[in-house]
Design a protein around this ligand. Sequence first.
Ligand code: DGL
Length: 262
Amino acid sequence: MQEAPIGIFDSGVGGLTVWADIGRLLPAEDTIYLADSAHAPYGEKPPAAIVERSLACTRKLLDLGAKLIVVACNTATTNAISTLRAQFPVPFIGIEPAIKPAALQSDSGTIGVLATRGTLSSALFATTSRSHARGIRLVEQEGKGLVQAIESGKLGAEDLQDTLRELVQPMLDAGVDHLVLGCTHYPFLKPILAEVLPSNVRVVDCGEPVARQTRAVLERENLLSPKTTAGSHLFYSNADPSVMQALLSRLGSTSQARRLDF
Ligand code: DGL
């Protein structure tokens, strides 16, 4: 089992930002990535549909031999991870908006969270934000349209900067000094955010902590790969894989994105 791949899934291409952090920290591990782009965005689906798609992605990754599953999607984690853990015997690593580190580092006492509707309305988000943001003002904003723009390969579109400007303005008006990216698609927007945000606002995402947690769980479960050579990586999308291919190049990977139905 130690030589089996790590399975990673997301509603689409967003989880590639998490995959990149995992690859940096665990370079010898093999990975299989599933982009459920045919069903993105998850953030606008009812919780039952998010659970159903998360089950389908997990089954596929287990069929492909995964030893551990990284749910590289805040919306799937906050809506489905307890069901996944109850149904499958492998370890699961989830991702949730990084409210805790932002709250601990905030000087203004006000932090912004940009996430999907599915994440912001979930019971798990309500619980974590209550416990981690005590004494902190949380300004929540749904990133309406952002996942769709990234999934359709429109990262370079001129109106995306205007959309982001409009989305972050209420947070800036409220005096946030940290902006938590509560969706794994959003780190692809960092270059645009750098144009839109004043320099005192820090952008926080969760890719690195998820990679560290993945390593800790692999160690604990005695599942770390014994290999010393670079891992191999498979990327599958159940929609047109060309957007994934372009984003992989952006992340410096030469791997091939392939189509697979699941
Ligand atoms: N990357 C997913 C997340 O982290 C996007 C969800 C969606 O498809 O709306 O929430």
